[in-house]
Design a protein around this ligand. Structure first.
Ligand code: EPU
Length: 449
């Protein structure tokens, strides 16, 4: 696996956490920093793409399954890693940074299967401790998960799948309580390939009695990363990368801790592609995994980007002006919903009219109002956004409402005349490892205040 080296952004260790993570985790929304971007371009140079938030958080949660020291590499220095670390500490797994992009998780086996509200409400991925804790401890008390501000995100598929495996649930005072003396295998069919439900059932099935089959399972690269991690620990999983996963339960003692590099972040990679697309120039995204972004790269090609995939990265050259396209978000291998704010931002300065259809989160258009403040011509109706490209955006104060919307504001700022001041930066810090430093290093006019 290609390691997206964060060595260029080496952060000194402070109290066991890289300083940038400690800083990001400590940010009080009232004292939130600002990112200031000025219209930039052309960009030029190399960007090292870090490990994926949506993989590393799941790998961390899965370390609950196995006693001993799990070592993770290519770990992004982001606030969510820090919050997940705090949650694991509350459960009984100690996290220590062992380098700028490496951490160790020490599991002594003395676990408290309770995930408290104060931590869970800050991070949706906390739901990922449900499967591992239930299968290891036979019971879990988990606050209902929070996460991003784009609509209700139920966990009915997690619950129904675990019930089919023999768990019983109780919902009280904002907590989910689950019990199962020993889970058993089941044949589970998802109506929709939920990422989180696939991960939870897969980890729960590792110690279940017999074979668990998950049909219509999610197939994201981050799911494959988790499967490979579990298999290297000693789990038995077949059908990796397909829509049907088969997990054969193993005995607890047969799992051993491993060292594993987190898969590179396709969403962060896409953010740097989008940055180059609107600012112009040429970038080399070192560590980007083109094979994980095939559909997106194809559509970016339709917009006029010149893309070259090589073993260990993706090179991109921007056209003079982007062309508009129509796009619909879909589960992997379709265009991910997390790319959508970036695509709408690109379309807002493209030539022509593009229609974007959201099929995963109906409420995920809130950042459109912020783009409108920058002069974008976007209208939304239900699940659709119609984007009429303008020549240039114009800088203004804007707010990041969630991680990806925040990244889109940064990209929009690059495409805007004058200054764009972004607040709500703690959202960006949740999922982006030094976006400011990475963009500044390739010529963007961007600072953090
Ligand atoms: N859903 C249900 N019931 C369930 C599970 C999901 O109705 O039991 C619905 C959700 O409400 C949502 C849709 O199905 O409308 C997608 O949910 P899914 O379970 O696939 O997503 P997730 O696991 O909650 C992960 C990422 C998201 C990403 C989605 C889709 C993490 C921590 N989060 O969420 O990433 O958008 O998959 O690809 O992995 C982000 O990184 O900014 C982010 C939001």
């Amino acid at each position: 696996m290609v390691r997206g080296s964060s060595a260029d952004n080496v952060v000194p260790l402070r109290g066991g956490l890289p300083a940038s993570v400690a800083h990001a985790a400590a940010v009080d929304p009232l004292g939130d920093p600002r990112i200031v971007v000025r219209g930039s371009g052309p960009l030029s140079g190399r960007v090292h793409v870090p490990g994926a938030k949506n993989s590393v958080l799941k790998l961390m949660a899965a370390s609950i399954l196995c006693d001993g020291a799990t070592r993770l590499g290519n770990v992004p220095a982001i606030a969510d890693v820090s919050i997940m670390g705090e949650l694991l500490e509350a459960i009984g797994v100690t996290m220590t940074w062992s380098g700028a992009d490496a951490l160790q998780l020490d599991n002594t086996g003395r676990l408290t299967p309770v995930a408290p509200y104060e931590l869970v409400e800050r991070i949706r991925a906390s739901i990922n401790v449900l499967g591992p804790l239930l299968t290891r401890c036979g019971e879990v008390r988990l606050s209902m998960p929070g996460g991003d501000d784009f609509g209700a995100r139920p966990i009915d598929m997690h619950v129904s799948g675990l019930e089919q495996m023999g768990a019983t649930f109780r919902f009280e005072h904002g907590y989910v309580e689950a019990r199962a003396d020993r889970l058993h295998g089941a044949d589970i069919s998802f109506e929709f390939p939920s990422v989180g439900a696939t991960e939870n059932l897969m980890t729960a099935a590792v110690f279940a009695d017999g074979v668990t089959t998950i049909r219509n399972a999610a197939r994201e690269p981050e799911i494959i990363d988790l499967c490979e991690f579990l298999v290297s620990m000693g789990a038995r999983i077949e059908g990796i990368g397909t829509g049907t996963l088969q997990i054969t339960g193993v005995e607890r003692w047969s799992l051993r801790p491993v060292e594993h590099d987190t898969v590179t972040d396709r969403i962060q990679a896409a953010t740097y592609l989008a940055s180059c697309a609107v600012a112009g120039g040429e970038l080399d995204l070192v560590g980007a995994r083109g094979e994980h972004m095939q559909m997106l790269l194809h559509r970016f090609g339709d917009m006029g980007l010149d893309l070259e995939q090589y073993d260990g990265g993706v090179r991109v050259a921007a056209p003079d002006r982007l062309r508009s396209i129509d796009v619909a978000t879909l589960p992997y291998p379709g265009i991910a919903t997390d790319y959508k704010p970036l695509i709408i931002t690109m379309l807002s300065v493209a030539d022509g009219v593009g229609i974007v259809t959201e099929n995963l989160y109906p409420g995920r258009f809130r950042y459109v109002e912020e783009l409108q403040r920058l002069g974008a011509d976007v209208s939304t109706s239900g699940h659709h956004a119609v984007v009429r490209g303008v020549e240039r955006l114009s800088g203004a104060p804007v707010r990041a409402h969630d991680i990806r919307a925040g990244a889109a504001m940064v990209v929009a700022g690059l495409a805007a005349r004058g200054e764009t001041m972004i607040s709500g930066v703690h959202h960006i810090d949740r999922g982006y490892d030094d976006i400011v430093g990475r963009l500044a290093a390739v010529g963007a006019h961007i600072e953090r205040h």
